[in-house]
Design a protein around this ligand. Structure first.
Ligand SMILES: Cc1cc2nc3c(=O)[nH]c(=O)nc-3n(C[C@H](O)[C@H](O)[C@H](O)COP(=O)(O)O)c2cc1C
Length: 152
């Protein structure tokens, strides 16, 4: 059975979207059936009937989710689709200079997964903008493991 992976991104300046495009390409090359729509709605996401989810989001403000992701996350909280046992992963983009708020947006997605019963197949990847200017490339080893965890 081909795994139906949906990638969702939250971004302010576009870096998370670049990582998401790269992840979509890599996961598709590895044989997954990948959908990535940068501004996906709740209804569109649910209609795709995903087997697995990959949220890739930056953090803005003081530990907040980017605005483009907030309506989807609120809708998922409210409507709580029957996703118990669905497989998931999170890539957080942030900056370690924000201390306790480093990658807080990604942590919020982890909390959402826990509420919905989505199972994280590996630890969240934290990409630190103060350390790297190539987040797409830095995500590759994590993505290879992610695909392997989904296809065992
Ligand atoms: C106004 C502003 C607020 C930010 N707040 C946080 C934060 O609270 N925590 C964090 O880890 N990174 C924070 N960042 C860093 C961004 O998340 C990081 O630069 C990320 O790579 C941006 O990705 P994007 O282009 O997808 O938005 C902030 C950046 C800006 C400009």
């Amino acid at each position: 059975m081909t795994i139906n992976l949906v990638i969702v991104s939250g971004t302010v300046f576009g870096a998370a979207e670049d990582v998401a495009h790269h992840a979509a390409q890599l996961c598709a090359e590895a044989g997954l059936n990948v959908t990535y729509q940068p501004r996906i709605s709740y209804a569109e996401l649910v209609a795709l009937e995903p087997d697995a989810l990959l949220f890739i989001t930056s953090t803005t403000g003081m530990g907040e989710l980017p605005e483009n992701l907030q309506p989807l996350v609120s809708a998922l909280r409210e409507k709580a689709p029957q996703w118990h046992g669905l497989l998931g992963g999170v890539i957080g983009l942030g900056d370690a200079c924000y201390g306790d708020d480093f990658c807080a947006g990604g942590e919020m997605i982890r909390e959402l997964y826990a509420e919905l019963g989505v199972v994280e197949v590996q630890d969240m990847l934290r990409l630190d903008a103060s350390e790297t200017v190539t987040p797409e490339r830095d995500a590759e080893p994590w993505l290879i493991e992610f695909v392997a965890s989904l296809t065992v």
